[in-house]
Ligand binder design. Structure first.
Ligand code: ACO
Ligand code: ZN
Length: 223
């Protein structure tokens, strides 16, 4: 009993009549059997990946009107670690990241935002760092390189600054974006990453941000 929303994306002939699935968020052309098949394959894998059945032992670190945040640590039970792996795989897939080995797997902290519908709709992976390079504001004007060609080539200063917490992944389910879930995840990390202190903005750093990530981080760091 899926409901599908007909979306008309104004991006030329190619995307005309694109449909967005209201459950998994995938955008595809319903009239194309190939697309339809790809959607079906993605649909079940995705919904299974983000399904959250509830755990006997869960570490709830924040609660909200529309969900809660649970923290998963490296030595947690295997059912928790398996869920983190499944979600991370979906996220990396969406971001086009290849399996990157965390620098310090023993110290990685994963924060999952669980919605009231019992789904993992947000994920943040944090690890301890010692220093970070500040991202300089983007060069603008006709001279600036096309943003399509170098998505991630933001200019960074060459002077390292001390930092405490590196955010290596932040992701929110497409259909739940712009509801401050990412903001609440970062607030929670600042509160929980180091026992007994609330990290300052300049003690956290976003690694290798995507354009979405950069827009969010810029906004977050300025408010
Ligand atoms: N465009 C413009 N501004 C944005 C965007 C955007 N796409 N996303 C967030 N913001 C700004 C807004 O000002 C927003 O406040 P507003 O909605 O009141 O205007 C503010 O940031 C807070 O946004 P949230 O609602 O907390 O962010 P959200 O829950 O939508 O998640 C995220 C943001 C995680 C970047 C999401 O868009 C996403 O998952 N994108 C795809 C995955 C991705 O690219 N992740 C970043 C990878 S980089 C890394 O992991 C280090
Ligand atoms: Zn779907």
């Amino acid at each position: 009993k899926e409901t599908k929303e007909q979306l008309i994306i104004d991006a030329g002939q190619k995307h005309f009549g694109a449909t967005m699935c209201k459950s998994c968020g995938m955008i595809y052309t319903a009239s194309s059997p190939e697309d339809e098949l790809q959607h079906v394959q993605h649909h079940y894998r995705f919904l299974d990946g983000i399904k959250y059945t509830g755990w006997k032992k869960e570490r709830v670190v924040a609660e909200f009107w529309d969900g809660k945040i649970v923290l998963v640590l490296p030595h947690d039970p295997s059912y928790a670690l398996r869920k983190v792996e499944d979600v991370k795989e979906l996220v990396d897939n969406e971001l086009g990241f290849h399996q990157a080995v965390p620098r310090c797997p023993n110290k990685t902290k994963t924060f999952l935002f669980i919605s009231d519908e019992k789904r993992v709709v947000g994920c943040l992976i944090a690890e301890p760092i010692k220093q970070a390079f500040r991202v300089l504001s983007e060069p603008t004007g006709p001279e600036s390189p096309s943003s399509k060609e170098c998505h991630r080539a933001w200019q960074c200063s060459d002077v390292p600054e001390p930092a405490v917490c590196g955010i290596s992944r932040i992701w929110v389910f497409r259909l739940k974006r712009r509801k401050r879930i990412a903001r609440r995840l970062v607030d929670t990390v600042r509160n929980c990453f180091m026992f007994g202190c609330f990290l300052k903005i300049d003690e956290i750093a976003f690694s290798d941000p995507t354009p979405d990530g950069k827009l969010f981080a810029t906004k977050y760091c300025n408010t």
